[in-house]
Design a protein around this ligand. Structure first.
Ligand code: FES
Length: 154
């Protein structure tokens, strides 16, 4: 069955319906997250299923997935038709461990924050919130992130 031209969305329609900027849509297309057909005049036309893929991208980003991880997840789903409930379920289940990790991270942050409430020192030496683990401190005292000075040209 061939889709009628009315089943396809222009980039403006897709932007309006998804709430994303044209540039974001082109960027996602470049990453292969969404796909467009081209008209004879070279204009993009998106299937209506693209809205589902964009909803998926947004949900995945809220979970904390990188765009590379989103690419991998979307590669498991059909490009131009609705995924089955089982396909959605499989992908969503794979996010469960990520969500569990985020909850654990937030609980650790809450524990550290408790000691900082009412303090406000943001001490590099002792504040676990401002300087967790003092990662740069193992290299010695003083600034460690400054770029090397460029030699002056005459
Ligand atoms: S703000 Fe003082 S210890 Fe974190």
């Amino acid at each position: 069955m061939t889709a009628s031209p009315h089943d396809r969305l222009t980039i403006g329609e897709l932007a309006t319906r998804s709430g994303l900027a044209h540039s974001a849509l082109r960027y996602y297309e470049g990453l292969g997250l969404i796909h467009a057909e081209r008209t004879g005049g070279g204009q993009r036309r998106y299937s209506r299923q693209t809205l589902r893929r964009l909803a998926f991208v947004r949900a995945a980003q809220q979970v904390g997935l990188s765009l590379e991880e989103v690419q991998a997840a979307l590669a498991e789903l059909p490009v131009d038709r609705s995924p089955t409930a089982a396909q959605w379920s499989t992908v969503a289940l794979s996010w469960q461990s990520r969500i569990d990790e985020q909850i654990a991270d937030l609980e650790r942050l809450r524990t550290r924050l408790t000691g900082c409430i009412g303090c406000g020192c943001l001490s590099l030496a002792k504040c676990a919130l401002y300087n967790p683990g003092d990662v740069q401190g193992v290299e010695g005292p003083g600034a460690r992130k400054l770029l090397p000075q460029r030699p002056r040209t005459p």
